[in-house]
Design a protein around this ligand. Sequence first.
Ligand code: GTP
Ligand code: MG
Length: 385
Amino acid sequence: MSRCIGCGAILQTTNELLPGYIPPSSDAESKAYCKRCFMIRHHNLDYSLDNLNLMSNPELVKQKHHEYMTLLQNIKNENCLVLLMIDALDIYTGIIPDIKKIVGNNPVWILANKSDLFPKDLKLNKIKEKIEKISKDNGLDTKNVFFISCYKEHNVDVIMERMFANLNKKHYPSNNIYIIGSTSVGKSTFINLVLKKYAKTVDLITTSMEANTTTNLIKIGVGKNHQGKECYLIDTPGYLNERSILSCAPLETLKILVPKNFIRVKTYQLKEEQTIYLGGLVRMDFKCEKLSASFYVSDKLYIHRTKTMNAEKAYENLKFKEIVPPFNEEELKMYGKNHLVKVKVENSINIWLSGIGIVHIKGSGEITITHLEMVMVTLDYDELS
Ligand SMILES: Nc1nc2c(ncn2[C@@H]2O[C@H](COP(=O)(O)OP(=O)(O)OP(=O)(O)O)[C@@H](O)[C@H]2O)c(=O)[nH]1
Ligand SMILES: [Mg+2]
């Protein structure tokens, strides 16, 4: 059974709209990219509509999660190394639910990718402690948390050396290394980097800003271990993250939310009753004498500040125009109902908004956060900068 080398889909000649399609005249036995991969790689195919349709159907999401667990069901029975990749800016939704059921007792290293986006003032050791705590809460006993950047190749050599050294340990019979994680965290980009460094192969696997790029397992040979067995690095499809807007946002929204370069922090001094809109995704009402709010978000995301008494009117006038994303009623509906979180701040607090970034508050006062269902809000209290 031949597979697309870009996304792992089984090659087929019957349905042009599905991954794996190649024209009937092609030679399915030779190495090939399917039509979808070709279009993503060369024509920036926008397939976010597929993701939107998927995420708007709870039954389909359930089915996808089931398929995901089935696809990865052998990992726990193998003796292998698992690399769990998360987005360094989205640490609270990065660990796949039921991760222990997938990995069993195998060692798990956590790679917090995209650390190139972090501004210099963020304390990495504090964020690392948080990731360790979250993984422990999820039953993972991991002391191996690494910040990496595939873009800047930060720490990637270290991981590769350790990874290959592990394969050669006598007590370690495994010959597989799996890379797992939510959609769009950079799993395939990481494998492409390994291939570039070790096999001088360029951009073999298809990568994209949009979710659900890799559709099946992709097994890449990376040499032999001490027993002479071929070792494999295995890319996997992303876990469909219901807790992050990035898994279903249309391309024009992704272009706004996903930072291109390292984040420039925007700090606002707030007093009395003021409101901030992060696009139309999150509204924050502040009641305070004086307080500062620093936003670690993409510089393309529109931040609108107004007096709370004028907030509703401003929103009605500017929504879908300046206050974007969402860009229209239909997209707004996709992200679910509004939820409220009320917080009393006494000193400082961090508000993690999945798929958007972090807001660091200093000072005291009350904050009411109104957020859409697909934006998960998590609060913690350490100084981050
Ligand atoms: N800023 C930044 N972006 C990255 C980095 N690594 C990957 N990306 C980007 O993240 C997006 C997703 O990358 P992929 O490698 O396709 O992610 P994936 O985890 O394989 O996604 P799925 O196959 O959908 O599960 C792409 O736009 C990459 O260019 C990084 O180190 N820094
Ligand atoms: Mg991928």
